[in-house]
Design a protein around this ligand. Structure first.
Ligand code: AMP
Ligand code: MG
Length: 500
């Protein structure tokens, strides 16, 4: 039976960028999660895949017709230190399909066994972390933020050894591509400039085809990736998403969020928030994300430099360095513009903004920080305040005086826009509810759902939470419990772990 219609450009065009590798067959494949909506978007037959045959494919036991499973090579800076060889140690690209919109998408397995890049690892994954990736990535997607997607999670019927024995699973990941900053770093570090060029050209063909004929196409690629990352990180910051492990191998060229390991949504607002157990120095703290993105882009610039310089004489290299630095130095401004645009929409303002609006947003965040207010619910409560109901906001912010003073300024800004006829005619509160979510994948609820699935084989809590995070902007009383933050001490103690 044909399940996927594969057309595998990566396998065909970049033979030096991967190692062919079959997934390891598993004992008893069983579907824990199947994303019907995504299957439909990909032009697949959901009924055919939501089946024992589908489970066998998604667990890695059966290779679908037309797939060419392979492990991609990549390098990466991890916590600032360069690892020249990482690569897919527990993931395999099965191939590419063209979705209903005509977009090429990668279909890959994660947790499908050892590869030549596995080093000391077992190549496997546990049920908990794979369901976690499915939940959080679906939440990020529902919030309108670019991300890799989870098509399926299949239990293997085998156990994996972590700090204890855990049930094993394989995740099927869908991505615009799996090209990372680290993919280019791999070939640049080895000075294999011919392959570096092939991979960069492949990236351009896939993500920026309009640049293919530009004379400075590699510089243009850097600029395009930087712009996408500016937009992505701004969106993370405006929903309180903390990636947790922004190594260069976990940053895509496509601008999609990738690698849901130690990520978490922040609750009580704290720009210094860190949840990852291994990020002891706070390198990837919430407020550092735009800075780290820029740092990573500087590493991308270094990798592309040999292609950007017309020759390897000193003057040409100096010119290329100047050119890439223009992009790297522009990044904070691009990020800021996107972040401020998002903030203004969240404040219910539609004008071009300026120093005063920026100060209004900064003071709002300072108010949330000082009072340890839940980030998501504060914005949602502000939407209610726009409709005349200040009670939810007052219930969350303890400091009445500062809040009162801030609300006066905010109402003045809103009134000024209304008087000038700026903005959508739809009521402000309604507009704000479309950009200030009520429901995110909350840490404590995610953990509970994963524990039920992993420890008790009970998928009920996972299914209910999944259904809720898919409707982040809906005011449905039936979903109210999913909007509840954890107690402050739970959030303060909350730790996440890399999904190995
Ligand atoms: P990550 O922390 O998921 O970004 O992974 C960093 C590197 O470690 C990548 O090269 C992964 O393929 C590899 N890796 C992570 N977990 C495992 C595992 N269980 N077995 C083998 N390699 C792994
Ligand atoms: Mg990774």
């Amino acid at each position: 039976m044909t399940t996927f219609v594969f057309d595998n450009t990566f396998a065909r065009e970049l033979p030096q960028a991967y190692v062919s590798q079959s997934p390891a067959p598993v004992r008893s494949p069983r579907l824990l999660f199947f994303n019907r909506a995504l299957a439909d978007e990909l032009g697949l037959d959901p009924a055919a895949l939501d089946s024992p045959e589908g489970a066998a494919i998604f667990a890695g036991s059966q290779i679908p017709d037309g797939a060419q499973p392979l492990a991609q090579a990549y390098a990466g800076h991890q916590f600032g230190g360069f690892s020249p060889q990482l690569g897919d140690g527990r993931a395999l690209l099965l191939g590419e399909v063209i979705d209903r919109q005509g977009v090429r998408r990668d279909i890959a397995l994660k947790g499908s066994g050892r590869t030549p890049f596995s080093r000391g690892g077992d190549g496997k994954a546990a049920v908990g972390p794979m369901l976690r990736e499915a939940l959080v990535s679906e939440s990020v997607h529902a919030l309108g933020i670019p991300t890799t997607r989870a098509l399926a999670v299949a239990a293997t019927g085998e156990s994996v050894l972590r700090d204890r024995r855990l049930p094993g699973a394989v995740l099927t990941r869908v991505a615009a591509s799996h090209l990372r900053v680290g993919t280019l770093q791999f070939f640049a570090a080895q000075r294999r400039l011919d392959v570096l060029r092939q991979v960069a050209d492949y990236a351009i063909a896939r993500h920026d085809p309009a640049l293919a004929s530009e004379p400075d196409r590699y510089l243009a690629l850097l600029r395009a990736v930087a712009r996408r990352q500016a937009s992505l990180i701004a969106q993370w910051m405006n929903v309180g998403f903390l990636h947790g492990v922004m190594n260069t191998d976990n940053m895509t060229l496509s601008g999609e969020t990738i690698d849901y390991g130690p990520c978490a949504f922040i609750e009580a607002y704290d720009p210094r928030a860190v949840f990852s157990s291994i990020d002891t120095a706070g390198r990837y703290a919430f407020a550092n994300q735009p800075l780290i993105a820029r740092w990573n882009l500087a590493r991308l610039a270094e990798a592309l430099l040999p292609l950007i310089a017309e020759s390897d004489d000193e003057a040409a290299i100096r010119r290329a360095v100047d050119d890439v630095m223009v992009v790297i130095d522009a990044f904070p401004g691009w990020y800021d513009a996107q972040w401020r645009d998002g903030q203004r929409a969240k404040l219910g303002l539609a004008g071009p903004g300026g120093a005063e609006t920026a100060a209004l947003a900064d003071d709002w965040l300072a108010l949330l920080h000082a009072n340890a207010v839940d980030f998501t619910l504060a914005w949602r409560a502000l939407s209610a305040a726009a409709g005349g109901d200040e009670a939810p906001l007052r219930a969350r912010v303890g400091d009445t005086q500062t809040l009162d003073a801030w609300l006066v300024r905010w109402r003045r800004a809103c009134a000024a826009e209304d008087a000038a006829g700026i903005g959508d005619p739809a009521p402000r509160a309604q507009r704000m509810r479309t950009v200030n979510p009520l429901i995110i994948a909350r840490n404590q609820q995610v953990e509970r759902a994963l524990a039920a699935a992993s420890d008790d084989d009970d998928l009920g809590p996972f299914d209910r939470l999944m259904a809720a995070v898919r409707r982040p902007f809906d005011d449905d009383p039936a979903l109210a419990s999913f909007a509840e933050p954890a107690a402050a001490d739970v959030t303060a103690r909350y730790q996440t772990f890399c999904g190995t």
